[in-house]
Ligand binder design. Structure first.
Ligand code: NDP
Length: 333
């Protein structure tokens, strides 16, 4: 097998690369930055025969350069690249358009290579979440969609957090529409993970370069006050999510499925603060302790993903410890 991973230099993408390599699967990463590609390859000398990179253009343009070369010889794609930042000036230009363009460009490119059988798309729980839905108790499943309209998402008064939810929803919808309208030879599987945390294996040389989700946990470790409040209590460890992607690519009978890989354990930044305080005595005095109520108003079906894709969920404690011990060292270097 030979798999193209977009977003391969990012937090989740790099774990997907490692999960594929550890199974002996050949990987081509796509990136805008050959410098990051070099760092990825140098950090994996044992896999130099299985790992290569190709440079592609930014998804802000409709037809990013390099995609034809990217898909040559490939038989599966994991499409993970999409902007995930809340530090924006123009949400439509920086978040929404690149997310949508990226999905369409990958599907269009894949159509020119008949060897490609499946594309796994990293969507997000952001495309599932209905922030205004109130009780009685309900459980989110892969059948749920966030009700945001395109107009609401691009409204300049809309926060980047909400616009990001729109970017993931409309990018994923385009992919499903493409399959329905164009009936290509390949099928797609979409994964909609909630907040994803855990150790980093992509090039991060300083704490300020941490990806958005892990940066929240490091804020807690560094004493932010008050603690951030998570809108939903759902999360997944990045290593479990990487396994879910590889299984979604290689498993039979999952074509056309939309999964929410999410741990059954609920989290809050208050729980993260407790874990950090007891596991890292040097940080304890600085960490804000707050008794945050755990949101029990709704649930999430993470079980279908774990059952059908065949993986188990790590504990939040394990995830937080593994990330924070790594970032403590990074912060000292
Ligand atoms: P990162 O920011 O670490 O990685 C995103 C990658 O996408 C980058 O490495 C970058 O690759 C690529 N990318 C970003 N913007 C563009 C663009 N405009 N054009 C082309 N490529 C671009 O984020 P994560 O690893 O955290 O997220 C990866 C995916 O997972 C995203 O689709 C995100 O929406 C989704 N997700 C993330 C969650 C989380 O909590 N982290 C939760 C749920 C979903 P390069 O710079 O090499 O070109």
């Amino acid at each position: 097998r030979f798999v193209l991973v977009t977003g391969a230099t990012g937090f989740i993408g790099a774990h997907i690369v490692d999960a594929l390599l550890s199974r002996g699967i050949r990987v081509r990463g796509a990136t805008r930055s050959l410098e990051k590609a070099d760092l990825m390859i140098k950090a994996r000398p044992q896999f130099s025969h299985l790992l290569e990179f190709v440079q592609i253009g930014d998804f802000e343009t409709r037809n990013p350069e390099g995609l034809v070369a990217a898909i040559e010889g490939i038989d599966g794609i994991i499409h993970t690249a999409s902007p995930f930042t809340y530090d924006t000036i123009n949400n439509e230009r920086e978040l929404i358009i690149p997310a949508i363009n990226g999905a369409i460009a990958i599907l269009e490119a894949a159509r020119t290579n008949p060897q490609i059988q499946r594309i796994v798309i990293t969507s997000s729980f952001a495309s599932v979440l209905d922030i205004d839905r109130k009780g009685p108790y309900f459980t989110y499943t892969g059948a749920d969609w966030n009700p945001l309209t395109y107009e609401e998402s691009i409204d300049p008064a809309t926060s980047a957090v909400v616009a990001y939810r729109g970017s993931k929803k409309f990018a994923e919808l385009e992919a499903w529409r493409y399959i329905q309208e164009r009936s290509p030879d390949f099928d797609i599987v979409a994964l909609c993970p909630p907040m994803t945390f855990g150790p980093v294996v992509h090039p991060v040389d300083r704490v300020s370069k941490l990806n958005e989700s892990n940066a929240m946990l490091w804020k807690v470790a560094s004493g932010v006050k008050p603690l951030p409040v998570s809108r939903v209590p759902f999360w997944i460890d990045v290593r479990d999510l990487a396994t879910a992607h590889v299984e979604a690519l290689t498993s039979a009978n999952v074509d056309g499925k939309r999964y929410i890989p999410a741990s059954p354990e609920r989290f809050s930044y208050g729980i993260a603060a407790q874990i950090i305080s007891s596991a890292f005595p040097d940080l304890k005095d600085g960490v804000t302790q707050e008794n945050q109520a755990i949101d029990l108003s709704c649930g999430v079906d993470g079980e279908t993903a774990s059952k059908e894709l065949g993986f188990t969920y790590r504990s939040f404690e394990n995830t937080v410890r593994d990330l924070i011990s790594q970032v403590v060292l990074l912060n000292k270097s």
